[in-house]
Write a protein that binds this ligand. Structure first.
Ligand code: NAD
Ligand code: IPM
Ligand code: MN
Length: 357
């Protein structure tokens, strides 16, 4: 029996809808395994701006620091997406959370459930068995350049910045993970052009001899974008910078069938944050059709990584597998062969997962 305090931070749009399901799953796990999970909620993003004027109020940050783990949804609102001049933006809340909590490593597992082979637009024979773990650096790069950014209305710039220390700590996490998997590490950069990438590659080359059991390759980001679709099975662990990791993992979500399937763990030295890789998805907000499985699988990562509850985490993944095996789908992962009555909304999909727990 363990006692844990979880902060639920749904944020905006479908973040609200899917995080409610993720929380129910955590609740059910506590009941089933005899743990005591207590919860609190905090504001971030557009909903926080509306309530307080800030995208991440100090109160939310304090609650995050005081909790054992955070289950986060998404931020974003069309109001800001279409207004480049907006000074306070929902996304700033997310970036501040990552920076303030020191969440430098974002683990994005590309887990393909066999049942979803047909949901992807990539050929099943190319996909079958694909299993990739991305380590996306999360607190550096062009997102957080020291001299920041500027836009005088005529010219704009952003500064990309990495220190040796920042590259080394994420690289070591990726090497360690590769050791527990198929022992292959692909480091992705743009060292043929970009200075931060040259430092990145040099650091990887320098520490690689400390992991002689791990086979290392370096790929350029443009080629990686191609190889992910051409032959996803060639990858085991991939480590890359913040911006490249953001883009490549949205692409890689198509290996797993949908953005709605991809969970992630943002970790550092303190509280871990568990979050779907997708955004607030305004196009489907309020329709009750969002796939909640990315949040459910994020809850599984939370149990495993922050609480060391392997069995509980596997129970969640297994429940998702059972639901998919039974033929239930949300719209984004349904295919031509899915009977209409097996296509579920967000809440109904959540209930199905609970029923298999
Ligand atoms: P998005 O991830 O919100 O949506 C991309 C597409 O995928 C949309 O068609 C959407 O309907 C679909 N999709 C995403 N999640 C889904 C789910 N669970 N089930 C079914 N379909 C799903 O990306 P976007 O449209 O580029 O951005 C929308 C907003 O979200 C923007 O304001 C952006 O800044 C924000 N955003 C936030 C995060 C985050 O909070 N981590 C991540 C990405 C984008
Ligand atoms: C993500 C998102 C964020 C990012 C945005 C909303 C700041 O796309 O979590 O992948 O770029 O990191
Ligand atoms: Mn993204």
């Amino acid at each position: 029996m363990a006692k844990k305090h979880i902060l639920v931070v749904p944020g905006d749009g479908i973040g609200q809808e899917v995080t409610a399901v993720g929380k129910k799953v955590l609740d059910k796990i506590a009941e089933k395994f005899g743990h005591e999970f207590t919860y609190d909620e905090a504001l971030i993003g557009h909903v926080a701006i509306e309530a307080t004027g800030e995208a991440l109020p100090e109160e939310s940050l304090n609650k995050m620091r005081a909790s054992d783990a955070v289950l986060f949804g998404a931020v974003g609102h069309p109001k800001y997406d279409n207004d480049p001049s907006a000074k306070v933006r929902p996304e700033q809340g997310l970036l501040k959370m990552r920076k303030e909590l020191g969440l430098y490593a974002n683990l994005r597992p590309i887990k393909l459930f066999d049942e979803l082979l047909g949901a992807s637009s990539i050929k099943p024979e190319v996909l079958k068995g694909a299993d990739i773990l991305f380590f996306r650096e999360l607190t550096g790069d062009i997102y957080f350049g020291e001299k920041g950014r500027e836009n005088n209305g005529d010219t704009a710039f952003d500064i990309a910045r990495y220190s040796r220390f920042e590259v080394e700590r994420i690289a070591r996490k990726a090497f360690e993970a590769a050791r527990t998997r198929r022992k292959k590490l692909c480091s992705v950069d743009k060292a043929n052009v970009i200075e931060t990438s040259r430092l990145w590659r040099e650091v990887i080359q320098k520490i690689a001899p400390e992991y002689p059991d791990v086979e290392v390759e370096h790929q350029f980001v443009d080629a990686t974008a191609m190889l992910l679709i051409k032959d996803p099975r060639r990858f085991d662990v991939v480590v890359t910078a913040n911006l490249f990791g953001d883009i490549l993992t949205d692409e890689a979500s198509q290996i797993a069938g949908s953005m709605g399937m991809l969970a992630s763990a943002s970790i550092g030295d303190g509280t871990g944050v568990y979050e779907p890789i997708h955004g607030s998805a305004h196009d489907i907000t309020g329709k009750g059709v969002a796939n909640p499985l990315a949040s459910v699988l994020s809850a599984a990562l939370l149990l495993d990584i922050s609480f060391g509850m392997k069995e509980e985490s596997e129970a969640v993944i297994n429940a998702v597998d059972q639901v998919l095996k039974a033929g239930f789908r949300t719209g984004d992962i349904a295919d031509a062969g899915t009977p209409k009555d097996q296509v579920l909304g967000t809440e109904a999909m959540g209930e199905k997962v609970l029923s298999y727990l």
